[in-house]
Design a protein around this ligand. Structure first.
Ligand code: SF4
Length: 489
């Protein structure tokens, strides 16, 4: 579980700093010495953190009669932990330990009858990830240095098979073997990280796969300055980009003539070399010939709850809360329809009822990214079987412009991504998200959650309006891109 007050006040290494240091020494240095130079988390990151914190607090309820150690001040937390251990408490939440330069808080320290201890780390993820082993290994090391004998190490994480309200919301996953195998690396890693933190200047570090794995680093603007806006990193899904980089090939102009790519890689390179879109007219013609009028351009917005609260939902499920549809017949002006659920009740049934009423029985339904919209529709069909026949008919009518832009129309100015936000400014330069308060889906989710938390009044109304405008532009953008594609036929 994240522990911000502790993290802000400890000097030296902590659990999260140790994990960051393993990802990149320069990142570690900035986190400790120059935190103000790191970008603030965006609205979506903050929303996810809030959900994670809520799940963590929820998980704590599973450990009954636990002693809870106060977060701060640190010396007091250390003292209270020792008192709880001496008192023989079976569970100690947020147990604090320190050894030399390293300070850790254990989410749950469980005492066994034989005097040994289990370490339990609470995570709001739905599976164990490799970084969790390092997180547990540093805790195990510090506890051992404090004279505790460790029996086992666990991750207590959300269960992706859970369906509200039945089953186990959290699973206790034994990671002891993995953690013991990581343990032997810990002293050397601590030594190296301590040396890095003792420097006057941040260490030099070349960019690499570590910039986005396991976590996206906030220092990209600083470290990636030598990479032009368009580079080999824009070649779509190209796995050899780091090989190119190591060979000094960064600019697209320097990609070898005999480069052979797969999928959309070659059309992208060819479009870049000719500075012209690469269009497969006959493929596009055939593909667009599948459309049947009227055309419905459709987009959903969702919200994710770490701890589910509606019947049959699972942790972090994408719950549909809003739709926008533009209906286009012939060369006329598109008609706009929309829905947003503004109450705290289950949004799924009002959402699907209103949508099915609007979509009718005929005409192609155009969504930008089929797996997302069709996935949500299938989930609703599973949860509300009475709508299955109608949803099946909607699914059969879906058509994907993303596929068109991916397969039959490639433009180097999309920068290697077929996301709506990359395609729109190229295909329809006059239409932009810039004037909108909400400009992308993550912010929409965070703002939707904020709106639900408000009792009413002008601010709530304003957020509702912002959300409607954002979703409306998504479907209007698809209408205009569709028209632009037609001009190539
Ligand atoms: S951007 Fe990459 S190199 Fe720079 S600090 Fe982050 S991970 Fe390290």
């Amino acid at each position: 579980m994240d522990n911000n007050i502790w993290e802000e006040n400890v000097k030296g290494l902590s659990k999260s700093r140790y994990v960051a240091g393993l990802q990149c020494p320069r990142m570690l240095y900035y986190i400790v010495h120059n935190p103000t130079e790191l970008p603030e988390p965006n609205a979506f990151d903050r929303y996810q953190m809030e959900q994670g914190t809520f799940a963590g607090k929820y998980a704590a309820n599973f450990f009954k009669n636990a002693a809870r150690i106060p977060e701060f001040p640190i010396d007091f937390a250390l003292q209270k932990t020792q008192e709880a251990i001496r008192a023989g408490k079976p569970h100690i939440m947020e147990a604090a330990f320190t050894h030399e330069n390293v300070h850790v808080k254990v989410d749950v320290l469980r005492r066994l009858d034989n005097g040994k201890f289990d370490i339990i780390e609470i995570k709001s993820k739905t599976k164990v990830e490799p970084t969790h082993w390092d997180d547990l290994a540093i805790q195990m090391y510090v506890l051992q240095q404090n004279g505790l004998e460790i029996n086992a190490a666990y991750i207590f994480h959300l269960n992706k098979e859970y369906r509200h309200p039945d089953g186990d919301l959290f699973l206790l996953a034994d990671q002891t073997e993995k953690v013991f195998s990581k343990l032997k690396e810990v002293p050397q890693n601590i030594k190296q990280m301590t040396e890095i933190l003792a420097r006057i200047e941040p260490p030099e570090q070349d960019i690499g796969p570590q910039c986005s794995r396991p976590y996206k680093c906030g220092l990209r603007d600083e470290c990636w300055q030598h990479i032009p806006e368009l580079s080999i990193f824009n070649i779509p899904r190209y796995r050899g980009k780091w090989d190119f980089y190591r060979q000094g090939i960064i600019e697209l102009d320097h990609v070898p003539e005999d480069f052979i790519g797969t999928g959309s890689q070659m059309p992208f390179i060819e479009s870049y070399r000719t500075k012209k879109p690469k269009v497969d007219k006959s493929g596009l013609n055939k593909f667009m010939g599948l459309l049947k009028e009227p055309l419905y351009f459709m987009d959903f917005e969702t919200i994710q709850l770490a701890v589910p609260k509606y019947n049959g939902t699972k942790p972090w499920q994408q719950l549909t809360v809003q739709w926008s549809v533009h209906k286009l017949t012939g060369n006329g002006e598109p008609e706009h329809f929309e829905f947003i659920h503004t109450e705290k009740s289950d949004p799924r049934e009002p959402f699907i009822k209103s949508l099915l009423d609007m979509l009718g029985d005929t005409g192609s339904i155009i969504v930008w990214w089929v797996p997302f919209e069709s996935g949500r529709l299938k989930e609703i069909a599973d949860a509300f079987p009475q709508y299955q026949p109608q949803i099946a008919s909607v699914l059969a009518r879906i058509w994907e412009p993303y596929e068109a832009s991916n397969k039959y129309y490639c433009d180097w100015r999309f920068k290697g991504s077929n996301s709506l936000k990359n395609v729109l400014p190229v295909m329809v330069p006059g239409l932009s998200y810039d004037p909108l308060e909400i400009q992308e889906g993550g912010t929409a989710m965070a703002e939707y959650a904020r709106m639900l938390g408000l009792p009413g009044g002008p601010e709530k109304q304003q957020i509702r309006q912002n959300l409607l405008e954002y979703c409306k532009l998504d479907t209007l953008a698809m209408v205009e891109i569709h028209r632009a594609l037609e001009e190539f036929l």
